[in-house]
Design a protein around this ligand. Structure first.
Ligand SMILES: [Zn+2]
Length: 185
């Protein structure tokens, strides 16, 4: 007597692990492949790490933030907004997502120039992200403060090279001034 599928008694079993017809076996095989994929994903070990940034790199990042060339998670109002801006954080490999959850970065950032052509709710969307470690963050913040002070000094001073205009002892050149009057000789 022909061995039949345990679910479909009118179909011939094809002699795979259990008494299954070809259709049942295809479903079982797909489920088994998915189970193995999940198992492998859960056992995978992340190779992520935060490379210590160079002093020069931190200075550059600070200046790029001060001059609005870089978008960071701190420009986001909350974590939902951060995930909208950096959807890559949800698309990473499971082991990498777990590693980041266990080792939260100090800063998530990317160059504005790398934003997708279309944003969401007035915010940019990036398909990549860069990380700054919590160790490097305070140093970068100090450089950022410095950069912002430089910008403010620039706004306050004119031709006097960093000395506030009111304290400057130089006689103003006739026809010129810190307000930006046009001068012609
Ligand atoms: Zn069957």
């Amino acid at each position: 007597m022909m061995e039949t599928c345990s679910k479909h008694p009118t179909y011939k079993a094809i002699g795979k692990p259990r008494s299954m017809c070809a259709a049942c076996w295809a479903i079982w095989d797909a489920k088994e492949a998915e189970r193995k994929r999940i198992e492998a994903e859960e056992n995978e070990v992340s190779t992520m790490c935060y490379h210590p940034a160079t002093d020069e790199g931190l200075r550059e990042l600070a200046w790029n933030i001060a001059t609005h060339r870089v978008f960071t998670n701190r420009h986001c109002y909350n974590s939902d907004e951060m995930l909208m801006v950096f959807p890559i954080l949800q698309m990473m490999k499971l082991c990498d997502r777990k590693w980041i959850a266990a080792n939260p970065p100090g800063l998530v950032w990317e160059f504005n120039a790398k934003a997708c052509p279309a944003g969401v709710n007035g915010l940019p969307v990036f398909l990549s992200a860069r990380f700054l470690s919590t160790e490097d963050l305070p140093k970068m913040e100090a450089y950022l403060k410095e950069a912002q002070e430089t910008q403010q000094r620039f706004m306050k001073t004119g031709l006097t090279g960093g000395i506030p205009v009111d304290d400057c002892e130089l006689e103003p050149i006739p026809g010129t001034g810190p307000c930006g009057d046009f001068y012609e000789s």
